[in-house]
Design a protein around this ligand. Structure first.
Ligand code: GAR
Length: 195
């Protein structure tokens, strides 16, 4: 069965773009109906060009209550039943994680439970993986709860790290896999919903 997805982003939104393209090509049944960012992220341009509602809700520029209220209002307006975090750097408010328990997923650019937790995002993760002389890395898609990178793992994909990989080349390798893994994870959830 299909989901009505709200995607949360903070940056270039390449994972969101991959999901949107799978959805347009009907390779997944779900639809992105809303995109929320914590700042004026460049990744908002593509969904906006497709006519999808985009909203910038910056935490620091409003009282917490207002920050929560605006999200709740939009999630309700668009009947969202799955939240997809795609490079969103803020923690979701408890009001939202409570309401969407088991219906929020995140992508992390390493093989959790290693290399997760607070401060572990973007290039920091790839640097730590290279420094630890790991043999493999790859994206993890997991359910989101109140603790960073803690929820149940839904899907992982592995790529071998070669001796001449740098954090930058590793990031590129992992990101390519992310763009395949994230739509695949959504498809898995669609199938679970049918059963
Ligand atoms: C992705 O590599 C994602 O795994 C990472 O941010 C990037 C967002 O890229 N997320 C984290 O590090 C979460 N801890 P995108 O905006 O191009 O999709």
């Amino acid at each position: 069965m299909k989901y009505r997805i709200a995607a949360y982003i903070s940056g270039s939104g390449s994972n969101l773009k991959a999901i949107l393209d799978y959805s347009i090509q009907k390779k997944i049944a779900s639809e992105v109906v809303l995109v929320i960012a914590n700042k004026d992220a460049s990744g908002l341009e593509y969904p906006a060009s497709l006519g999808i509602e985009t909203a910038v809700i910056p935490r620091k520029e409003m009282p917490r209550k207002e920050f929560v209220r605006r999200q709740e209002e939009l999630l309700k307006k668009y009947n969202v039943d799955l939240i997809v975090l795609a490079g969103y750097i803020r923690k979701l408010p408890k009001e939202v994680t409570d309401k969407y328990e088991n219906r929020i997923i995140n992508i992390h650019p390493a093989l959790l439970p290693k290399f997760g937790g607070k401060g572990m995002y973007g290039m920091n993760v790839h640097r730590a993986v290279i420094e630890a002389n790991e043999k493999y890395s790859g994206p993890t898609i997991h359910f989101v709860d109140d603790i960073y990178d803690n929820g149940e793992i839904l899907l992982q994909k592995k790529v071998e790290i070669s001796i001449d990989d740098t954090p930058e080349t590793l990031q590129k390798k992992v990101l390519e896999l992310e763009h395949i893994a994230y739509p695949e994870a959504i498809k898995l959830l669609e199938e679970r919903r049918e059963n």
